[in-house]
Design a protein around this ligand. Structure first.
Ligand SMILES: [Mg+2]
Length: 418
């Protein structure tokens, strides 16, 4: 019988900051998104003060109640590196570890005898070596492991671990937990389920499959099987997961016109989004940079970068819109730009951050799919957003930075692998 574990870092970004600054211990800490300045991670002390995810910093910073809060800018390179360290500690003890997001990893615990001791040790080692506090939950399916993890996090008396391998233990929680606590059951489905008198997880597990399918589709049915203990979401192959997708380029000649730069940057955003879709990923963070030549300072030197946390997406048109906006903020006239690029980070599996059962933007998704298919068949960017432009004489092939494949490597920079 398979056993899946889920280890999840507590307030991950804040914990990374604390790992390097003991003064932050036991204090309310909030990590802010790069540009917008809204809260994207909070310690439990900060949560207790009523700070919510997405609260805008400029609106709450002057609140006297929050005078003791430590506000920090996000530091994605640090978080990515800490995530890698956690992964390495885990792989020392567990043969198969599958990163799910930057701070959550699924574990294959099949065939292990003393699961409780192992999971306690996993937490201890991660905390000792990386200084990151975590919780571990485990059970016969991924959905149950995820639920076990949430229970471990919610109940301090469990000391960070929760075992839901036994049907008896599951039933106890199923009876008392709302169906909305289950991973993948979205808000709209929860409303419909409640209206059909399916309130607890027990109700959901015992409901007729046809009813579940009618309310929440095939995915809802799959979640029902998973909650019953039949695993249908497997640990995927252990392909290293990207941490970032980049598209950057040195221009064949300096760019001085904003319109030309806009076309170039939109082209990079298009290519990067395509790359994400090709790998079944979405990006939750976009950065745009432009710079002049450091070797031609007689023309004036300037380097601008702006970044933004966004709802996870791989939609070209959405990326192009964000990229255009960021570019507008960093563009300074009068310079001779020779390089620009777009970096997408905070990656997650396609659709993982959205709730599985929430209606997605199907029209946009099928448009993207059609675009990818046509481009695959007829050549790179036969179909593309009009914002990329038609002439693109800043990038004549012979003027790329490096010859041969190095140009392609420059386009696609992997910041690191898990
Ligand atoms: Mg977490």
């Amino acid at each position: 019988m398979p056993v899946f574990g889920l280890i999840d870092a507590n307030s991950f970004y804040c914990s990374c900051q604390r790992a390097f600054d003991p003064a932050l211990k036991r204090r309310p800490v909030v990590v802010l998104s790069n540009n917008d300045g809204c809260a994207i991670a909070r310690t439990k002390e900060a949560k207790a003060l009523g700070i919510k995810m997405g609260d805008a910093w400029h609106l709450i910073r002057k609140d006297r109640k929050l005078a003791g809060v430590e506000w920090l800018s996000s530091n994605y390179p640090l978080y990515a590196d800490m995530s890698r360290r956690v992964f390495e500690v885990l792989t020392d003890l567990v043969p198969r570890v599958e990163p799910y997001s930057i701070d959550e990893m699924f574990l294959d615990l099949s065939g292990i005898n003393d699961l409780e001791s192992l999971c306690v040790k996993l937490r201890q080692d991660v905390s000792q070596i990386t200084k990151i506090p975590t919780c571990v939950g485990w059970g016969p399916t991924k959905t149950i492991a995820k639920l076990a993890n949430a229970i471990a996090k919610d109940r301090p008396e469990l000391e960070g671990v929760c075992d839901l391998t036994g049907a008896g233990a599951r039933e106890r929680y199923y009876r008392n937990l709302d169906v909305g606590e289950v991973w993948g059951i979205g808000r709209r489905s929860v409303e419909k389920l409640h209206a059909s008198n399916i309130r607890t997880i027990s109700h959901y597990v015992d409901a007729d499959e046809k009813l579940i399918r009618a309310i929440s589709g095939i995915l809802g049915e799959r979640i029902q099987s998973e909650l019953r203990g039949d695993s249908c979401l497997r640990l995927s192959d252990m392909a290293p997961q990207r941490q970032g997708v980049s598209c950057t380029r040195s221009f064949g000649r300096p760019i001085t016109e904003p319109e030309e730069m806009r076309e170039a940057v939109c082209g990079f955003a298009t290519r990067a989004a395509e790359k994400l879709r090709g790998e079944g990923l979405e990006g939750g963070h976009i950065a745009v940079f432009i710079q002049t030549s450091p070797h031609a300072r007689q023309w004036g030197w300037y380097s601008g970068q702006r970044a933004l946390s966004i709802p996870a997406t791989n939609d070209t048109l959405v990326m192009v819109r964000h990229a255009t906006r960021l570019l507008r903020e960093i563009w300074r006239p009068g310079y001779r730009y020779i390089k620009a690029g777009v970096h997408l980070t905070d990656l997650s599996p396609d659709g993982a951050q959205a709730s599985l059962l929430e209606p997605r933007n199907m029209a946009a998704e099928s448009a993207m799919r059609a675009m990818d298919e046509i481009n695959q068949r007829y050549g790179k960017q036969v179909l593309r957003p009009a914002s990329i432009g038609v002439n693109r004489n800043w990038s004549p092939r012979q003027n790329m930075l490096s010859p041969r494949y190095t140009t392609k490597l420059a386009e696609i920079m992997v910041a690191g692998t898990f």
